[in-house]
Write a protein that binds this ligand. Structure first.
Ligand code: HEC
Length: 391
């Protein structure tokens, strides 16, 4: 069957430009080091690679790969898809704003996202069933920020999703709230399927995965759309083979800040890779729990300067107000930042600096040292100094 199609395709491609690939070849762009999605070592493998093979087979096309590390973002697309070294980028998030008009997207072929992981002998499908329990999370992920907006759960923070799952397995937590594909894959390959992995629905928790093509290549997009539409069962089988959770997501509880409060979501993980920025080299590798090194506080030249204070206020409201309330006036006492002076007296500024830069991961205060720069931190502190209440 494939051979027949091959012959027809060759005739069809007779007059094509020299550089164009033969139309029986599907040239896929993929990350060589992004298991369980795609990997080049020991031959192409991974869930997205298997999806590409399913689609290629359906279209009667042989799949060839162009490998490029995607960790550094858009450059990967520019150097592969847009440079025409390949024609179909597997594993892009369905977010049109993300790549703008440069890339056209197919219909989604799978949904992936964060999931609740519990031992099969003590299972829970919903976070609400785990009140009062310890939940393992990865540093700087939507679950960490979500739990920071909830009372009644004890967050145990790790440097990565893998470590959070390992922590659960060592009984350091009762559940893990982590990136579903990694949990599913670890469960299948390392944990003897001893865990239940249930997707969770909420802001920034679930993503549709698509294939990107060049906008001018609408014919390929149309073909892939058709192939995706016809391959649902096979694609789901691939997802199950890798342990990815395919059940409908369960609804998360509402934020305790009440309706209308949004949770800050870090940018969509590039290509849904590890769902997390690569761990900084400076972060300690051992020991599990996340820690961001804090450099000594420099002299604050912004302190007392009205213009910097106004800027600091606006920066605060932009980065911090969803947890600390606008203008730092949170009704929740430990988060009311007008009480720093009352609490720490002269030590207020160094405590604020250390807390903002390094976070208190056990309490749900994220570390900002790698997120906002030093000047921004100093301006925010100069603003906080102006809202202190008298003891
Ligand atoms: C995801 C929610 C969240 C965000 C966002 C957040 N914080 Fe916090 N922050 C907390 C929580 C929770 C605490 C309380 C920790 C505790 O109980 O010790 C805290 C504590 C603090 C403290 C120490 C308070 C004290 O009295 O010891 C400071 C200072 C602080 N945050 C500043 C900031 C600044 C500045 C930002 C923005 C750059 C920010 N926070 C963003 C949740 C958050």
């Amino acid at each position: 069957m494939r051979r027949v199609l091959f012959a027809i395709a060759l005739i069809g491609a007779g007059g094509a430009a020299l550089a164009a690939p033969p139309s029986d070849v599907l040239r896929v762009c993929a990350d060589p080091e992004n298991p369980p999605f795609s990997a080049s070592d020991g031959g192409p493998h991974g869930a997205w690679i298997e999806v590409a093979e399913v689609l290629g087979a359906r279209l009667g096309m042989r799949v060839e790969y162009t490998w490029w590390l995607t960790m550094y973002g858009r450059r990967a697309v520019r150097n592969t898809l847009l440079a025409e070294t390949c024609d179909a980028y597997v594993g892009l998030p369905m977010d049109r704003g993300f790549l703008g008009k440069q890339v056209a997207l197919t219909r989604p072929y799978l949904r992936v996202g964060y999931a609740l992981v519990t031992p099969k002998d003590r299972p829970a499908r919903q976070l609400q069933d785990l009140r009062g329990r310890r939940i393992a999370i990865a540093y700087n992920t939507p679950p960490q920020q979500f739990l920071a907006g909830q009372d009644g759960y004890e967050a145990v923070t790790y440097k990565s999703n893998e470590e959070a799952i390992a922590g659960l397995h060592r009984h350091e937590a009762d559940a893990a709230f982590v990136w579903g594909p990694i949990a599913g894959w670890m469960n299948r390959t390392k944990l003897a399927d001893g865990y239940q992995v249930v997707p969770q629905a909420g802001e920034g928790m679930q993503f549709q995965v698509t294939i990107g093509v060049r906008p001018a290549n609408d014919e390929l997009r149309r073909k892939l759309d058709e192939a995706i539409g016809a391959s649902g069962t096979q694609i789901e089988a691939v997802a199950r083979k890798y342990g990815f959770p395919v059940d409908d997501p369960m609804a998360l509880p509402k934020s305790e800040f009440g309706p209308g409060t949004t949770i800050a979501i870090r940018p969509l993980p590039w290509l849904l890779a590890q769902a997390q920025a690569p761990a900084s080299d400076a972060a300690p590798a051992a020991g599990g729990a996340a820690m961001v090194p804090v450099i000594a506080m420099p002299a604050n030249g912004y302190s007392g300067k009205p213009e910097s204070i106004a800027e600091g206020k606006s920066l605060f409201n932009q980065h911090c107000s969803h947890c600390h309330a606008p203008n730092a006036q949170s009704p929740i006492l430990p988060r009311d930042l007008r009480r720093l002076k009352m609490r720490y007296g002269d030590k207020m500024t160094p405590v604020a600096w250390a807390t903002i830069r390094g976070g208190r991961s056990d309490k749900g205060m994220p570390a900002w040292g790698e997120v906002i720069d030093i000047d921004t931190t100093l301006k925010i502190i100069s603003f906080l100094e102006t809202v202190q209440r008298d003891p």
